[in-house]
Structures are given as structure tokens and as C-alpha cells.
Design a protein around this ligand. Structure first.
Ligand code: SF4
Length: 197
């Protein structure tokens, strides 16, 4: 159910980028960070990948998602976990389940990239307490070369023609891998910029 992301120090879990709500709208807008999305072409259109994504969607929506996901995470070796190497949160219920998983796995550090500002704001309100210290939710700017909103505690940007905003992702200079960098999980890093490739 979890995916191996060759670039990253730990595992991830994905959903289909074709089910992204904000991403679906952005994918039709030239110059947006979702236009020409890697997760909507190539192998992501293969039947076996589509089937796997459907299985994961059923898993996310299952009644026992929280205990099963905690079990899966506790079997992983790495301290680092990335949510959504493709796709995004799809509902407030899903976001609340994710927060329960994060809270129950204090031995893991969780990074959640998202464009679903409204869903997370609603979920955080319903959660009603301080977010766990082992979590960084990074809200993504919607357009390439645009700064993310200052109001979000942690954010990310995609840059092509302007200088990096905040921490520049070093992966392109190190064979596409994170290496020793853990900036995306680091709560002291407000914004991470990725180069558009
Ligand atoms: S900023 Fe660092 S942790 Fe984030 S993707 Fe790039 S190399 Fe990995």
C-alpha cells in the first residue's frame, strides 16, 4: 500500500492525481504548478497503476484506515514519511484520519504537501487542539514563479524564472535525491522551493 520514492529517505502513500480537487482545476491552467503534472501522464495511465490507485483510495476510505495505516507505518524503518507523492487530501474526514495517524506515530516525522487549503483549515478547526509536533503541512503556491501565501505556517513554491523562495531544494544537484536534506519535514523551514523540470 505504501510506495517507495527513490528520491526520498522514507516511504510515501499516494492517491491518483486525477482525483485531485484543486489540482484538477489547476491542471487546465497554463502556468499553474499542476499544468503538465507528472502524475497524470506516462506510467500513471497504465492499467496496473490505475488499479493500484483505486485500491489505495478504497484503503483511505475504509472504516479501519487509521489502525491499519498506523500498523503499516510502524513497520517502516525510516523516521521520515511523506504523504501524497501523488494526489492530495480529498475530504475533511480523510484529513482528520491522517491527523489521528500522525498523532499516534510520534516516532515518525510526517510531511504533507497540499493545495487543499479549505479542507485542511476545516479539519484543523475540527481537530481542535495543537497539531502534533511531528507534522509539517506545506501549502503549495498555485502558480509557477509565485510566492505562496504568507499566512500559511509552512509552504512550498515551484520556480522556473525567479530565484528560489526560502530553502532551495538541492535534489537536482544531487542526482535527484534528498541526500542529507530533510527541509520538507523541518518545521523551522517556512518555505521550500522546487525547480520546475
Ligand atoms: S527540499 Fe530537501 S527534503 Fe525536500 S525534496 Fe528537496 S532534497 Fe528532499
Amino acid at each position: 500500500m505504501l510506495s517507495n520514492v527513490s528520491k526520498m529517505p522514507g516511504k510515501s502513500i499516494s492517491l491518483s492525481a486525477f482525483d485531485c480537487q484543486t489540482g484538477e482545476k489547476l491542471s487546465k491552467i497554463p502556468g499553474s504548478v499542476c499544468h503538465d503534472c507528472y502524475a497524470r501522464k506516462g506510467m500513471y495511465r497504465m492499467p496496473n497503476v490505475i488499479n493500484k490507485m483505486e485500491e489505495r483510495k478504497e484503503f483511505f476510505d475504509s472504516i479501519d484506515f487509521v489502525p491499519r495505516m498506523i500498523g503499516l507505518l510502524n513497520k517502516t524503518r525510516s523516521e521520515y514519511f511523506r504523504w501524497f507523492d501523488s494526489g492530495d487530501v480529498q475530504s475533511v474526514r480523510m484529513a482528520l484520519n491522517i491527523l489521528d495517524v500522525v498523532e499516534a506515530t510520534p516516532n515518525k516525522r510526517h510531511w504533507i504537501p497540499t493545495k487543499e487549503r479549505a479542507i485542511w483549515l476545516d479539519a484543523i478547526k475540527q481537530y481542535g487542539r495543537k497539531l502534533p509536533d511531528n507534522l509539517v503541512i506545506r501549502y503549495s503556491a498555485t502558480m509557477v514563479d509565485q510566492a505562496p501565501p504568507e499566512s500559511w505556517t509552512h509552504s512550498s513554491a515551484v520556480v522556473k524564472s525567479i530565484d528560489a523562495i526560502g530553502h532551495e531544494c538541492p535534489a537536482p544537484k544531487q542526482q535527484g535525491k534528498c541526500g542529507d536534506c530533510r527541509a520538507c519535514w523541518d518545521a523551522s523551514v517556512k518555505t521550500v522551493s522546487y525547480h520546475k523540470h
